[in-house]
Design a binder for this molecule. Structure first.
Ligand SMILES: [Zn+2]
Length: 247
């Protein structure tokens, strides 16, 4: 199921407020779909920037609550978190797997004290990559949420083999958690040519990532976030979806 109805940005290139709201509305629609009968959904819910289908929200990389004023990243609403909250109406345990290049600091903060949402982020090592101050392995959650936040930071130049190893670790954690539904905060800024990234994934790497995620056999919602090498973005999305579908 593909959901792709985000309104474009305003005449001056600024993000229209209704685009933010619409992006989240689509994420919720995707969550509702997989909570019913659809096995998976993909939401290309970001507002459209002047350069094409660049997702300007990069939703997980925000600090704070579901609605952020003055977000430090490129996002206003955390669509993955909103979708997870929606899924909790139907499921007891939900996992968010953040495969965007940047640490999902906002998602981590939102669910840091919650034991019903497992948050996992695979991202650039924060010692030398944005957002710098969060995303370390020792951030494990607190209170009822202790043990339900997993950060897997990876160094500059991480290639497919190393990335897949990290992904397998994440998948094992989701499996052990016994998640009943999955939200994938889907970033493509891990691509080798991405101007904002520092990993070295190929287009075909996303096919393998899709296959690995499918191995969980969970109702799955992909919420697109980062990805700034526009020339390869549609191909990378296609690889992820076809990998997931063919597994
Ligand atoms: Zn990102």
């Amino acid at each position: 199921m593909l959901l792709n109805n985000a309104p474009r940005s305003g005449k001056d290139g600024a993000i229209a407020p209704e685009a933010c709201q619409w992006a989240s509305t689509i994420a919720v629609a995707g969550a509702s779909a997989i909570a019913c009968a659809v096995s998976f959904a993909v939401t290309f819910a970001g507002a459209v920037a002047v350069t094409g289908i660049v997702d300007v929200f990069d939703s997980s990389a925000i600090a704070g609550k579901l609605l952020i004023l003055g977000a430090p990243g490129m996002c206003f609403l955390n669509n993955a978190a909103i979708a997870a909250r929606e899924l909790l109406h139907q499921f007891t345990l939900v996992a968010i797997l953040d495969i965007d290049m940047h640490h999902g600091n906002g998602t981590q903060q939102i669910f840091y004290q919650h034991g019903d949402v497992l948050t996992i982020s695979i991202h650039g090592l924060p010692t030398n990559f944005y957002p710098f101050y969060t995303g370390f392995e020792n951030e494990r959650g607190s209170g009822e949420g202790y043990g339900y936040n997993l950060n897997i930071p990876l160094p500059t130049g991480t290639n497919e083999a190393s990335y897949i190893q990290a992904l397998e670790k994440a998948i094992d954690a989701i499996s052990s958690f016994k998640a009943e539904a999955l939200v994938v905060a889907t970033g493509f800024d891990t691509f080798k040519f991405d101007p904002l990234g520092c990993f070295a994934l190929e287009s075909t790497s996303y096919n393998k990532i899709g296959r690995k995620i499918k191995s969980l056999c969970l109702p799955t919602l992909f919420v697109q976030e980062g990805g700034y090498f526009v020339e390869a973005l549609s191909e990378n999305v296609r690889q992820l979806v076809t990998g997931f579908e063919s597994a």
